[in-house]
Design a protein around this ligand. Structure first.
Ligand code: COA
Length: 354
């Protein structure tokens, strides 16, 4: 078999088919054929999760059944809570990855198990975040997907902020062959189990070039006194050829539609906010200097900050939403499975004698 050389990082390489999501010729992200930003504007996040997994929006009875299936796995195993106390680790993504790996799931069948894993994410995240900071876990609430998540992540009940969160959860839910989804598909392609596949995806999402980017943005951002200081920061980074988190994307080279949607939502929340003005100054300067657009994580970090969500929960929040995309890709990978195993061009030594 002749070998094909592809660009580093598989940039621009189509490795398989998917019917879950794509970006159309006008740069719109589509989930199962619907524009993601339109779903974010008009649909409940749980319905979009259903759509991504099942390829259709739910009927009333399917919506109830789906909510019931998520809710029946909302509790926390007592022994796992004890493990959380032993972890002594404040990195929520690291804890989430470990707990998802060891959790004693109840479901026997793969399809139930995948949904059970997704259903357990919000509570695992909330409990490990609070326990690692010496706080008591919250009592769970009976509320919509976004309201419950908002409560578990902030300890507050706020229907308006939960509505804003709903939109972000939808925009984070799926993005075809991104790094974490591809990692999941590689693991699934070996016929490893759903838990192992999702743990691969979680481990990959954690990196700052992928999902971890949203957790790094406020670190440089909140210190700027004014727009001039922010622009100077961009100039310095560009001059020293360093990357700025929250900019650039493998797919969106001129405009990330999700970032622009979230930016408009921030404008609705408070267009006079200091942080918003700084963000626009950075975005404009980056475009002027490098022609690199702001990605979803850039505006999502500001959005979550304005919603009162702790920075340590940004990437875990991304995970609680993207897990539904992972489920769809797990199923799709197994439908026409072929093990993903590329080759490499050897550049090491040969012929060494012992
Ligand atoms: N800051 C400054 N310049 C950036 C940049 C950033 N965040 N992202 C890309 N660029 C520049 C690169 O320096 C390169 O410029 P050059 O051609 O002058 O060398 C060009 O844009 C292409 O970037 P490249 O890193 O090759 O693109 P990629 O498709 O391989 O990588 C990312 C995509 C997302 C990994 C990359 O943009 C990045 O590291 N971004 C920061 C992390 C981030 O926000 N991740 C979340 C993604 S949703």
């Amino acid at each position: 078999m002749s070998e094909i050389e592809v660009p580093k990082g598989l940039n621009g390489v189509v490795v398989d088919e998917t019917a879950v999501a794509t970006t159309d010729d006008s740069g719109n992200l589509l989930y199962r054929g619907y524009r993601a930003v339109e779903l974010a504007e008009r649909v409940d996040a749980a319905d979009v999760a259903y759509l991504i997994v099942n390829d259709r929006l739910p009927s009333d009875s399917e919506r109830k059944e789906f909510a019931h299936r998520l809710k029946e796995h909302s509790g926390m195993d007592g022994k796992v809570s004890e493990v959380m106390k032993l972890l002594k680790e404040k990195d929520v993504m690291r804890n989430l990855r470990s707990i998802v790996s060891l959790y004693p799931y109840e479901s026997k069948d793969d399809s139930d198990l995948l949904l059970e894993i997704a259903a357990r994410f919000p509570r695992i995240i909330s409990d490990t975040f609070r326990i690692s900071r010496g706080q008591e876990p919250l009592e769970d609430v009976d509320a919509s997907f976004s309201e419950r998540l908002y409560y578990l992540f902030t300890g507050k009940k706020d229907a308006e902020k939960a509505r804003y969160l709903n939109k972000l959860l939808i925009l984070y839910m799926e993005h075809e062959f991104n790094a974490s989804t591809f990692a999941l598909r590689v693991t699934a392609s070996t016929l490893a189990d759903p838990v192992s596949s999702i743990v691969s995806a979680l481990a990959t999402l954690k990196g700052p070039l992928h999902g971890g980017a949203n957790a790094e943005i406020l670190d440089f951002f909140l210190g700027f006194k004014d727009e001039e200081e922010a622009r100077n920061y961009v100039d310095e980074k560009v001059a020293s050829k360093e990357k700025i988190m929250g900019f650039g994307h493998r797919v969106y080279k001129t405009r990330d539609p999700r970032a622009q949607f979230v930016k408009e939502e921030i404008r609705k929340m408070d267009k006079e906010a200091h942080i918003f003005k700084i963000a626009e100054a950075i975005e404009n300067r980056m475009w002027e200097k490098k022609k690199v657009p702001a990605n979803l994580d850039f505006y999502a970090a500001i959005y979550m900050h304005m919603l009162g969500i702790d920075q340590n929960l940004y990437t875990p929040l991304f995970a609680s939403s993207r897990v539904f995309g992972w489920i769809a890709h797990y199923n799709e990978q197994l439908e026409g499975n072929k093990i993903i195993r590329p080759s490499s061009r050897y550049v090491g030594k040969t012929g060494r004698e012992l």
